[in-house]
Design a protein around this ligand. Structure first.
Ligand code: MTE
Length: 321
């Protein structure tokens, strides 16, 4: 593991993660940082004590009782043991809440996840705002075991419950001009204090080509480990694209737009050289600050060779020839 140099968090704070043009507006930056720090500390002090216990059992709704556990799609097999649920639920990236992975599970409890709608709009014949519970009733829900590979060189293997994004896109009928899909996370800066960082391009957005979005691997997860998604994993609905680095798998999605060009995205806007739009897992292309040749399984600490396309080449390699 010695050749994989992983810094704490995701090294997004300070000048490394701030585009130079923004960083150079130093006075404004420092003033903003001070204000944001004050606001964040005040809000955190006031809010964390009132947050629900992340370990408390959330009762299932009537719809959820019928859904879980969902039938597993045996087409998707793993080459390694599943990550333990406790480990996966305690080591998260969700910068809206905090940069400290181990604390996300506590702070994310502030997110209200009902009512929740997902607007699907743009270059489609039938734009629609879907209520999350209607999606649970109408989409083909199943369980899939997928590997998850973070750009930071750690990995997990988890059972997601959800449905193919294609099923949702087919329902709104994209028109032929549509070439890309842009997804957006909620914007609630007083609930998710990370969003108070005005120099970052909140809300979090991500994007795919339409061909990637329609690929059979591309999954909208509503659950994990046989129950609804805990908030730290991106409740109530998040994207999962297992052949790409984890930052592409945007959490807590509120909007999906069909568009005709490559959209700007959160990480690519902040640091385009480090976080590319395509971001396919590739052991041969190092991150500018560390190698991607190997990965560490969270929980067991096992070091494994990174697989091209995270082992999903048979499904997606043809998209890039
Ligand atoms: N989505 C949003 N909205 N905000 C985030 O900070 N982090 C990404 C991704 N989706 C992130 C996000 C990163 S870097 C990773 S590795 C995965 O979520 C982690 O998902 P997990 O915490 O469920 O394992």
């Amino acid at each position: 593991m010695s050749q994989i140099k992983i810094s704490k968090g995701w090294e997004i704070s300070g000048n490394l993660a701030t585009p130079e043009s923004v960083y150079m507006r130093r006075r404004e930056f420092l003033k903003g940082t001070a204000l944001t720090t004050l606001a964040t500390s005040a809000l955190l002090m006031g809010c964390t004590s009132k947050l629900p216990d992340p370990d408390a059992e959330t009762p299932l709704s009537e719809i959820e009782k019928k859904l879980y556990p969902a039938n597993r799609n045996e087409q998707f097999q793993l080459d390694r043991p599943l990550t333990s649920e406790r480990i996966a639920a305690g080591y998260n990236n969700f910068y809206e809440f905090t940069e400290v992975k181990e604390d996300v599970r506590v702070h994310a409890q502030a997110l209200p996840t009902r009512p929740w709608t997902v607007e699907v709009a743009g270059l489609v014949r039938k734009p629609k705002v879907f209520d999350i519970d209607d999606l649970l009733k109408t989409m083909p829900i199943e369980e899939r075991l997928y590997r998850l590979r973070c750009v930071e060189a750690w990995a997990m293997a988890v059972p997601w419950t959800g449905f193919p994004l294609k099923s949702l896109l087919d329902a709104v009928e994209p028109i032929s001009k549509a070439t890309h899909v842009r997804m957006t996370t909620f914007y609630m800066p007083f609930t998710a204090q990370g969003q108070l960082a005005f120099w970052q391009p909140w809300p979090y957005t991500e994007g795919l080509t339409l061909a990637e979005a329609m690929n059979e691997l591309t999954f909208m997860a509503v659950g994990i480990y046989g129950h609804p998604l805990p908030k730290q994993h991106g409740a109530p609905i998040r994207l999962v694209v297992p052949w790409k680095y984890g930052f592409k798998s945007i959490k807590s999605v509120v909007k999906i737009e069909l568009i005709d060009s490559r959209p700007p995205t959160f990480w690519n806007t902040l640091q385009g050289l480090e976080y590319q739009f395509t971001a396919n897992v590739d052991p041969k292309v190092p991150h500018p600050r560390w190698s991607q040749a190997k990965e560490k399984m969270i929980g067991t600490e096992e070091i494994r060779p990174t697989l091209p396309y995270n082992g999903y080449g048979e499904y997606v390699a043809q998209l890039y020839t």
